[in-house]
Design a protein around this ligand. Sequence first.
Ligand code: ADP
Ligand code: TRP
Length: 337
Amino acid sequence: MELKDKIVLTGVKPTGTLHFGNYVGAIKPAIELGNQTDEGKHFMFIADYHALNQEKDGSNISQWTKEIASVYLACGLDPKHSVFYRQSDVPEIFELQVLLSAYTPKGWMNKAHAYKASVDKNNEKGVHVDDGVNMGLYTYPTLMASDILMFQSDIVPVGKDQVQHVEITRDIASSINHVYEKEIFNKPEYSLKEDAALVPGTDGRKMSKSYGNVIPLFKTDKELKKAIMSIATDSRPIEEPKDPEEILVYEIYKALATPERLEEMAAGLREGKLGYGHVKKMLLEDYIEKISAMREKYEYYMTHEDELEAILQEGAKKARAIASKNLVEIKAKIFGE
Ligand code: ADP
Ligand code: TRP
């Protein structure tokens, strides 16, 4: 089966405002992959019920959902080609989760990374192992399995931290198929995004919302300037020749510059002709040029809420039509035709 015939599904958890690292490592590759599939075979959704496990302020989740939907549309996701929806608008997913739970050994959940990380932290602190753990976190992998199996997905593009969830999904699918000796669920494969695409943040660690070191994706020029000017540098003078590979601004620039501009910066640093102020200015200018058309579209969607909502509702309608049909078939295979 070629990629274009496969069902590709990706979810994004609305837990914060997106940054440039997310664009390079998740948004752009997801959209490019989606465009290589056949129409209607790419599923892209906003996992708002997953987010509820960590964020209880629903207005924050709504705001981040709106931002993420606007970002994906602005970056080229075509809602006519891809099925683009909000998880909570497709209740069939939650019915399937109940069904999957009946076949999921509790022991698998004990081993899931997110839960284990909480247990380890609690053990370190000397408090009860399950302190602060809700059932949503504990059964997170079954909801993710349901997201994936609901649409009989073939490929799930994920970051490293999500691989285990896809493996659990495969195991759940296999064990149900085994019980009934029927191919009830398709076993999905994960496709792992390369680490090479990791963009460093303004302090040199991986750009991450939890480190507060981000270049926000679509903020005003002024806010972008503030973030870029805060990129860590040292106090060496302009004239001192520098190895570009050791310069953080250059590392970030790699993720967006054309080969010519990148070489221009590298040569300037090597020859002691460009200082940190100059290279930051180059980064800022090229960043703004790269994103400005997308930012305009982003702002359009952010200020045309009804239109944005209509797109998500149209996506949910398409998703529900497939999900309800699949659910009927799945139930028939289990309870009898
Ligand atoms: P954060 O670290 O900001 O919380 P997430 O863990 O929510 O980001 O990641 C969401 C997606 O963005 C993942 O697919 C992840 O691989 C990608 N991503 C996050 N940070 C980076 C980065 N610095 N460089 C490249 N990709 C990233
Ligand atoms: N758990 C994923 C994350 O934290 C988001 C997600 C939810 C997802 N359901 C999914 C990703 C299904 C891929 C497929 O990033």
